[in-house]
Design a protein around this ligand. Structure first.
Ligand code: NAD
Length: 307
């Protein structure tokens, strides 16, 4: 760690929907943040928020204590860590003993491989995926699920607390990603179950409000029902009240269930609901559902039910 300043120097790579506002919050808290993203609009927005721009990720990492990545996939993370052909990777150029903090949502196996590569190169490694979406990234209210050693977790915790309101140490490498895929598998399956129940109620002549009044205080209670209710009315703030504007987009739910499916397959868990939910959301996201809130799955169920 840089001993001349109170706060570690941060290289922030991936300044997209999530990374952009997260980097801005670090700057606002006094961190010296050097950023890079290949997308010009992302760079311009970050510069406007006080992020110093580098010409590449490698350039940003060269003078950093913490290298934070917020990328679309594990392939992006591994490629950036390793480098490509003659192009050096982040692991090679970062000062010895740097902290590699990946906040992207990626496969558990990829997170473990990334950590192995980082520690073999003499660095520290943490996986710290988030929930809370763009709204949480902007407000600094994300939840971080962290896979790391106890010591590395404590070192990076203050930085995570700038960007999030809840920081949970889930265990060693990969276990932050494990918590994320397990949670989102519950979410995907429960949203389908809640949506099927509403459509069944409609077919049986039951009002949505009556079903909500019963299930929200009975054993059917869950977040998909009481916060992100897929029918308009009972929960005024849910995306169903604004034509399923996300919220949590179908494309992201399909991605996360794909990661859950990979984890189910690699571990040999005899799951049935998770893989089915992954297929249902993959189909949803192949069409207009990609850009709609994931609770919009109820409209597909209605359509297929002849309603
Ligand atoms: P995004 O596509 O808006 O941003 C990713 C950025 O990474 C892009 O701007 C891309 O240009 C950049 N990038 C890719 N390779 C790079 C490299 N080598 N160097 C520098 N920049 C690089 O995606 P997002 O919505 O910000 O999501 C980022 C991650 O957070 C994903 O893994 C996603 O699953 C996860 N996530 C997103 C949300 C959400 O609501 N958007 C919520 C929770 C978790």
């Amino acid at each position: 760690m840089n001993s001349t300043s109170a706060l570690p120097r941060v290289a922030f790579l991936g300044l997209g929907h999530m990374g952009g506002p997260m980097a801005a919050n670090l700057v606002a808290a006094g961190y010296q943040v050097t950023g890079f993203d290949p997308v010009p609009a992302a760079r311009e927005a970050a510069a406007g928020n006080g992020v110093s721009l580098a010409n590449s990720g490698v350039e940003a990492a060269t003078g950093a204590d913490i290298i934070l990545t917020m990328f679309p996939s594990g392939q992006h993370v591994l490629a950036a860590y390793r480098g490509d052909g003659d192009d050096a990777g982040l692991l090679e150029v970062a000062p010895a003993g740097s902290f590699f903090l990946d906040c992207s949502t990626i496969n558990v196996d990829e997170a473990r491989l990334a950590a192995e590569l980082a520690t073999a190169a003499g660095h520290h490694a943490l996986d710290a995926p988030v929930s809370g979406g763009v709204v949480g990234a902007e407000a600094g209210t994300l939840t971080f699920m962290v896979g790391a050693t106890d010591a590395d977790f404590e070192t990076v915790r203050p930085l995570l607390e700038v960007m999030g309101k809840r920081v949970v140490h889930c265990g060693g490498s990969g276990l932050g990603q494990a918590a994320k895929v397990c949670n989102n598998m519950i979410l995907g399956v429960s949203m389908i179950a809640v949506s099927e129940a509403f459509v069944l109620g409609e077919k049986l002549g039951l009002s949505n409000q009556a079903l909500f009044d019963v299930a929200s205080t009975a054993s059917g209670q869950c977040w998909a029902l009481t916060t992100n209710c897929p029918v308009p009315g009972p929960v005024p703030g849910s995306p169903a009240n604004c034509d399923y504007q996300p919220g949590f987009a179908g494309a992201l739910m399909a991605k996360d269930l794909g990661l859950a499916l990979n984890a189910l397959t690699s571990t040999g868990v005899a799951a049935q609901m998770g893989p089915l939910a992954a297929q249902i959301y993959a189909d949803f996201a192949a069409g207009e559902g990609a850009g709609r809130d994931f609770s919009g799955i109820i409209t597909e169920i209605r359509d297929k039910s002849g309603q």
